[in-house]
Design a protein around this ligand. Structure first.
Ligand code: ADP
Length: 446
């Protein structure tokens, strides 16, 4: 059966009707049994009163008349010594002495007695009630404790008809209910959830849709800004390149300027290539939320490699790098982790002061596997520390450009951290320096 609200409602209503019918029948039969017991008590007392004033023979005749033909009720007349004088369902002479029967014992002691047991004489479960007559004899009546299923069978046709009518009714009722429930839901504009007046129960779902819409809008905004920024960032060096190339082409450049123009073209082309590399890296990172086949990466070795690559740039600015290598492993992608370390070190050199220092620490702490890069550079104002991870965000645009920055380095770092479940933290004092901490989880299983 297809999973629809209509079908679920129908199944629910039919099950509820069936269940309540069964429960009602059980309750009815329980009450019915209780009534049968009460009945037999009253009947025994009445019959006792009735035969009380007659001798035994007449009493038995009266009882025979009243109950001799009854299928339901059994009457036993028991002598004070326990021998059976009359039984409406068995031959009294063949019956054993009844003195030890619990209901007889009780009746002899306190006037009345009852019991609920399997009848040895009839072989079925019976309820017995006995009263003591004034001459010491016992009048006992009993009836089967099992509710006869014939009564149930009597109900059955009516019950089946009622059930069929209810089942038949569930079709149009559930259809119209489903329609009513679904009407406001189907008329909803999912892009404009805020204005919808909807069932209270559906609010959590709609809040989630509203959140998703917001996220989508935010992502869309970031994408638009990114496209605008990329176009702008690509255009600037290309304009410069094109300008110098035109001047050379038109013969406007003096021969002594050509070398300088060439080097400027080369520098701008280099900047373009770095920018494009960063864009490609970022778009690759956008595709993955986590590392697919993580490997054990020696964070120290990767750091040393990055230091090697950047050694020349550090020397040019007379920046000293301090790093003591000790093997320490994290789970992840070595190329990405390499890029992360490279970007942090590159920034620590670019935004350092002449003769500055960089201290790199790699090791295990209580929080996890830590990589920290501390520089003695220009620092980052407090208000900018959150934003430096945004794409193309630079604290000082002209300074970043002068040192060859693209504004994408820390966005890449943030992405690499995210897909390694690592946290990143910036502490900085303007004029004194910056420390960036990355903490990889110890059990970097994910
Ligand atoms: P960029 O290519 O401009 O360096 P990043 O994304 O790597 O781009 O960094 C964003 C901005 O954060 C930089 O432009 C710079 O203003 C600031 N920044 C990053 N690292 C440092 C640092 N170690 N010291 C001072 N400023 C920094």
């Amino acid at each position: 059966m297809r999973k629809t609200i209509n079908n679920s409602l129908r199944i629910f209503v039919i099950s509820a009707v069936l269940l309540s019918t069964i429960l009602m029948l059980i309750a009815y039969f329980m009450q019915f049994s209780i009534n049968r017991i009460e009945d037999i008590k009253n009947m025994t007392k009445e019959a006792g009163n009735c035969v009380e004033h007659y001798d035994q023979e007449t009493s038995i005749d009266i009882l025979k008349n009243l109950y001799g033909d009854s299928d339901d009720v059994r009457v036993t007349y028991i002598n004070p010594d326990g021998s059976v004088a009359y039984d409406s369902k068995s031959n009294a002479e063949e019956m054993e002495n009844h003195l030890e029967r619990p209901e007889v014992q009780n009746a002899l002691k306190v006037g009345v007695g009852e019991d609920d047991r399997h009848s040895i004489t009839l072989g079925e479960k019976n309820y017995y009630y006995a009263v003591k007559l004034s001459d010491g004899s016992i009048l006992r009546m009993s009836r089967s404790a099992n509710v006869e299923f014939g009564i149930l069978l009597g109900f059955l046709p009516a019950l089946i008809i009622i059930l069929l009518i209810i089942i038949g009714l569930t079709f149009p009722v559930s259809k119209s209910l489903t329609k009513r429930i679904m009407k406001p839901i189907n008329s909803i504009d999912v892009n404009d959830i805020g204005k919808v007046d909807i069932y209270e129960e559906l609010k959590p779902l709609f809040e989630r849709i509203a959140d998703k819409n917001e996220e989508k809008e935010e992502a869309e905004k970031i994408r638009r800004e990114f496209t605008a920024n990329v176009s702008h960032e690509l255009k600037t060096p290309l304009t410069t390149i094109s300008g110098y190339a035109q001047m050379i082409n038109n013969g406007m450049a003096r021969s002594e300027d050509i070398k300088e123009f060439g080097s400027k073209i080369e520098k701008e082309a280099g900047r373009l290539l770095t920018l494009i590399d960063d864009i490609i890296n970022l778009s690759n990172l956008d595709e993955r939320a986590h590392i697919e086949n993580p490997e054990l990466v020696d964070l120290s070795a990767v750091t040393e490699e990055a230091i090697c690559i950047l050694e020349k740039a550090a020397k040019e600015r007379n920046v000293q790098i301090f790093f003591s290598r000790q093997p320490i492993f994290v789970k992840g992608n070595s190329t990405l982790i390499g890029e992360l370390v490279y970007n942090l070190l590159d920034n620590a050199i670019k935004y350092n002061k002449e003769n500055g220092k960089i201290t790199v620490f790699v090791g295990e702490t209580t929080d996890g596997i830590e990589l920290s890069v501390r520089d003695t550079g220009i620092g980052i104002p407090q208000k900018d520390t959150e934003r430096i991870f945004e794409r193309f965000y630079r604290v000082d645009k002209s300074h970043s450009k002068k040192v060859g920055g693209t504004g994408l380095g820390l966005s890449i770092v943030k992405h690499v951290c995210a897909c390694h479940n690592a946290t990143i933290n910036v502490k900085s004092i303007v004029g004194k320096g910056t420390t960036i901490n990355v903490v990889f989880p110890k059990d970097n299983e994910k």
